[in-house]
Design a protein around this ligand. Structure first.
Ligand code: M6R
Length: 616
């Protein structure tokens, strides 16, 4: 995780670094720092805490930071607690090299021992300080240029990195390199912008180069970009792309938090995911990446879906959808588990990887493993041009637009929407859905954005329920069938932004253990839609009521039975059960938001988390 940034050009670097770092805070926000260079020197400031705290600290010194070249960092701690010393940039022993880093150097300890034996000392607990000193050691021992010392050092490294490094005595050059962690370069005629994510330099340029793994670049003031392979110094031709981001999408607008904005965007984002893919009058569904690999999808005996976190919950929903509509066996795996097993995946198999960011380290590693084993890998990603999107055999973007809040909401519903389309397309190819049902489902799919809009209007009821329960410490979330993963997702949302304990469970499993937790203080969310396992769910509600638990039920309009049993009901429109997760999850997202808000939490940037988990 962590966000890195750099600027080299003719403008003042400091404001560019600070505003860019603020846009990268979704990647980590426990400490931050900058270094701005001038002839033969630099100003370096770092602090525990957020970028605005760094800014305040600097302005309290009443100095003007001048210089047209600089680097900056916002951290998500891996090695060493968040404090002023472990914050980046890190400086080598001679005070000559200054570096920022995103990623993990796995063999840092062995290198540290060697450096200690050679007289090096360390102030921080970070792997980054080890790497910057390794570069210094190799540079000095072999009398090398910075570029060559970086290249040789990186060939000794095991792990993941994106780095930017500057030599104090040559403040006209930045060397950057990437392996595993994202790194993009914005390019204008006389300036370079380095960043973990191009959203931080979109105000200045739309020309972007995404560095690939194993590449490094030497950026010199007034000179052409010099792109090289780290392994053998081979010179490469840079491929510059045009960024397509709408600035409005990365602003909060009238909302207090991005999470609320993103929840409210869902009618539009679901429509955007469907746009050009679902033609309602003709009842045609088409996704190019599927169409051009039609036979692979028809012949697959098994589909494995691999993801993490919320994307893993969407994958579980995908399992129900694909099994129901396309009658194909589906396995869902946590990417972090899949990559370290010896999974049974072969040449005729399909592996679907799902990731909002497209940068999750475990998902990317699982993708590479699946490809190595010969599987056909299909990606469902939100971030266009991300590492996962670039590495799959084929894929479909979710088109949900930038998701800034750490808690994923609109990306989740967009992922489910793609999975619905996928299941319907394969079902049609294989004739596992009869024509009438297919046509009905196409029609109904088109009505979902409107139904989501309707559910968003339940926010006032949810606010009232949140007022009643915001002081409670434990919550249960129950669902059955395709709504069981929604229960997991509801619990995850509450945990990650409110720091309250919540568990999602298949409703019927409750009596095998968790029911012991239920007493008069325990609120239990129950997804009790009419179409699914309604009578069974009523039985489960009775079991909770008998133990005095408080029921908050999500029911369909017109429901009578649950309405009579539950302490609170949230009414949602009727919809086919297989589409219901797109609707049932909305009140759970709103509830998590309201509770976190009432409890005064930083909704968009919860403690200990980061938006893109680029370390394993
Ligand atoms: O970018 P990805 O979809 O690969 O991210 C996976 C998880 O890290 C992510 O869904 C995480 O669980 C969210 N914070 C959940 O809200």
């Amino acid at each position: 995780m962590c966000g890195i940034i750099g600027y080299l050009g003719y403008r003042e670097a400091y404001p560019i670094l600070i505003s860019g770092l603020k846009k990268l805070e979704y990647r980590g926000y426990d400490s931050s720092g900058i270094a701005v260079f001038f002839e033969n020197g630099y100003n370096l400031y770092k602090t525990k805490g957020r970028v605005h705290e760094l800014e305040q600290k600097i302005s309290s010194y009443r100095i003007k930071i001048k210089g047209t070249m600089g680097i900056g960092h916002t951290r998500w701690a891996t090695h060493g607690i968040p404090d002023n010393i472990n914050a980046h940039p890190h400086v080598s022993n001679s005070n000559e090299l200054i570096m920022i880093h995103n990623g993990i150097i796995e063999n840092y300890y062995a290198i540290k021992i060697i450096l200690l034996k050679n007289g090096f000392t360390f102030k921080s607990k970070t792997d980054t300080e080890v790497l910057v000193n390794l570069i210094e050691y190799i540079k000095e021992e072999n009398k090398l240029s910075l570029k060559e010392a970086v290249r040789i050092s990186l060939n000794e490294i095991v792990g993941a990195y994106s780095i930017a490094i500057v030599e104090k005595s040559h403040p006209e050059t930045i060397v950057i390199a990437k392996l595993g962690s994202p790194l993009s370069l914005g390019i204008n005629e006389k300036e370079f912008f380095v960043s973990s994510d191009p959203i931080s330099f979109i105000d200045y340029t739309k020309n972007v180069l995404y560095l690939k793994d194993g590449e490094m670049a030497i950026l010199k003031k007034g000179k052409e970009l010099d792109l090289r392979k780290i392994i053998d110094n081979h010179r490469l031709n840079p491929i510059i792309k045009q960024l397509k981001i709408n600035l409005k999408e990365i602003e909060k607008g009238k909302y207090k938090y991005f999470m609320l904005k993103e929840i409210y965007e869902q009618p539009k984002t679901i429509l955007d995911t469907l746009r050009g893919r679902l033609l309602i009058p003709e009842k045609i569904i088409c996704i190019n990446g599927i169409e051009s690999n039609k036979n692979i999808f028809i012949n697959a005996k098994c589909i494995t879906i691999v993801a993490c976190g919320t994307s893993w919950h969407a994958s579980l929903i995908g399992e129900y959808l694909l099994e129901e509509l396309a009658r194909v066996r589906v396995e869902v795996e946590y990417a972090s588990e899949f990559r370290y097993r010896n999974p049974i995946v072969g040449e005729k198999d399909i592996v679907i990887v799902i990731s909002q960011s497209g940068e999750t380290a475990d998902t990317l590693a699982a993708l590479k493993l699946a490809k190595k084993k010969g599987a056909f890998v299909f990606g469902i990603c939100n971030v266009v041009g991300s590492s996962i999107a670039r590495n799959v055999d084929a894929g479909a973007y979710t088109h949900a637009g930038p998701e800034i809040s750490v808690a994923s909401t609109k990306a989740f519903t967009a992922q489910i929407t793609v999975l619905i389309l996928l299941a319907l397309i394969i079902g049609r190819y294989k004739s596992t859905i009869n024509e009438n049902r297919y046509k009905f489902l196409c029609e109904e799919l088109g009505s979902i954005p409107e139904k989501v809009d309707y559910v968003l209007k339940t926010d006032d009821i949810i606010k009232k329920i949140s007022q009643i329960y915001h002081n409670v410490n434990n919550f249960l979330y129950l669902g059955r069938g395709i709504n069981f993963p929604v229960a997991l997702e509801g619990a995850l949302k509450l945990k990650e932004i409110s720091y309250l304990h919540a568990e999602g469970y298949p409703a019927a499993e409750m009596k095998h253990g968790p029911i012991a937790l239920v007493d008069e203080t325990m609120p239990v969310f129950v997804i009790a839609t009419k179409k699914g396992y309604y009578n069974k769910i009523i039985g489960n509600i009775q079991e909770i009521k008998a133990r005095k638990g408080k029921i908050i039920a999500i029911v369909n309009e017109g429901d009578i039975q649950v309405n009579m049993l539950a302490d609170h009901v949230i009414k949602i429109p009727n919809i086919s059960e297989i589409f219901s997760p797109l609707i049932t999850v909305i009140p759970l997202q709103l509830f998590a938001y309201q509770i976190a808000y009432i409890r005064g939490k930083n909704v968009d940037q919860p403690r200990n988390l980061a938006k893109s988990v680029t370390v394993e």
